[in-house]
Design a protein around this ligand. Structure first.
Ligand SMILES: [Zn+2]
Length: 446
């Protein structure tokens, strides 16, 4: 019998784009299906330049941005492509979490392939879809829950919650006929759900896996400052307490831990947190699944929704009309508010007119490269309005040394780094490293 294999159709020497195929005899399943963040996708598609909705697979295959795999794509998505439609050759797709680089291509999948996700991730995907983000397509969704392994042919898949910068993220243990594969998804051990990550690592270690497929976003050189979520809170606290001006913060739109930190900091400084309607929609939709203390629009005191001037409002935006706050109020009472404002909505600054020296908190990753266009534009706006720039961000990913600690605790027969530009950094781990090569099956070590 051929040994089970793991094949990487993305996420190889790049951050994002994970597409991990696991095969055991006739059984074949896929973990995650998202586009690469950078550099590849953004070398060709940027901002409004995107694959055409009438021929998405064709437009992505043109630049090698999708795997040329039969039996994976929807017939409609294949329109115009030089890849013929075939009935599914995959029995199931599993999604680790709702970040775009792990779930963003779900809309291209053959709509008969079952998609396994946790309740929370499914809810986040729906909220993103409703508020105009992306389309994830129609699928026979199957609900995954920790402690309830699912069987696909000879394979058994068990989901474990892990800590990441979006809630409801899973790591996986995949039991084949010849050994276990552990797959971390994206994870960290310094956020509010660090205990989940430790429990996953313990469970993986207990099975002495044949392979550990580990993310390595922060493996290798990383000159950026390392904050914990608590460190972010302390930084924001000191700014808010020392200023009577409008405070503005940018964070990742789905980073609910960060929104909670900003909310708590605002309350401690006797300010209200003002969020966009999109953020409010996400918080309201996911509220029943989120821990106590997460701000919920309409229920949490001191949480306000910003009413951006628009010609027409969508139904999901109109829900927040009552009690919404406009630029004029923020301008008149700047010291009473901390406002969440993402770069795409920076034009609001023209109406908000923050006083020079007002604090601007950049609560996201520092740019990866020095010629980052978005970063240049962001700084143009910050400089134009004379805002004082502050960087406070805790990463969603394990640091380089944490990754090695995890690898050594799990002690697999071989280690496969994915979602990293520096697989060589894992050479310091005790287990031998098997760097993946795009499209080449890695057999489970005996
Ligand atoms: Zn992620």
């Amino acid at each position: 019998m051929r040994p089970p294999t793991v094949t990487f159709l993305g996420g190889v020497e790049e951050i994002g784009g994970n597409k991990v195929v696991i095969e055991d005899g006739p059984d074949r399943i896929l973990f995650d299906f998202g586009p690469s963040f950078s550099p590849r996708f953004e070398e060709f598609y940027l901002n409004f330049l995107q694959p055409r909705s009438t021929s998405p697979v064709k437009d992505l295959l043109e630049f090698g941005l999708l795997p040329r795999v039969p039996g994976l794509y929807a017939e409609e998505a294949l329109h115009g492509a030089d890849l013929d439609y075939e009935p599914p050759t995959f029995q199931a797709v599993f999604v680790s979490h709702a970040h775009y680089d792990h779930a963003g291509h779900l809309g291209l999948l053959d709509p008969t392939i079952p998609v396994h996700v946790g309740d929370g991730t499914r809810t986040l995907l729906e909220a993103i879809e409703t508020s105009g983000g992306r389309g994830y397509g129609e699928h026979p969704y199957k609900t995954l829950a920790p402690g309830r392994p699912v069987r696909v042919g000879h394979l058994e898949v068990e989901a474990f919650p892990v800590d990441h910068s979006i809630p409801f993220a899973f790591g996986y243990l995949i039991r084949t006929r010849e050994g276990t594969i552990a797959y971390t998804g994206d994870f960290r051990a310094h956020g509010p759900r660090a205990a989940d990550t430790h429990a996953f690592v313990d469970a993986a270690s207990a099975e002495a896996p044949a392979l550990l497929v580990t993310e390595g976003t922060r493996a290798g050189p990383d000159p950026r400052r390392n904050f914990s979520e608590k460190g972010v809170r302390e930084g924001v606290d000191s700014l808010l307490l020392s200023s009577d001006r409008l405070a503005i913060a940018s964070c990742y739109p789905r980073d609910i831990d960060r929104l909670t930190t900003l909310y708590e900091a605002a309350r401690a400084a006797d300010r209200e947190l003002v969020v966009s309607a999109k953020t409010a929609h996400l918080l309201a939709t996911a509220a029943p699944l989120l821990p106590k203390g997460t701000p919920v629009p309409g229920r949490s005191e001191g949480l306000r929704v910003y009413r951006r001037p628009k010609k027409t409002y969508y139904k999901w935006e109109r829900v927040f009309e009552d009690g919404a706050i406009e630029a004029g109020t923020l301008r008149r009472h700047p010291g009473r508010y901390l406002m969440e404002l993402g770069l795409p909505h920076f034009a609001e600054l023209i109406d908000l007119r923050p006083e020079r020296g007002s604090p601007y908190i950049h609560s996201m990753s520092e740019p990866f490269s020095e010629d980052d266009l978005d970063d240049a534009v962001l700084h143009n706006w910050v400089d134009h309005f004379g805002l004082s720039f502050h960087q406070f961000h805790a990463s969603g990913h394990c640091s380089g040394s944490e990754l090695l600690t995890v690898a050594d605790r799990v002690a697999p027969k071989a280690l496969v780094p994915v979602h990293t530009e520096h697989p060589e950094a894992f050479a310091k781990a005790q287990s031998p490293v098997r760097p993946p090569v795009l499209g080449e099956p890695i057999p489970l070590p005996p």
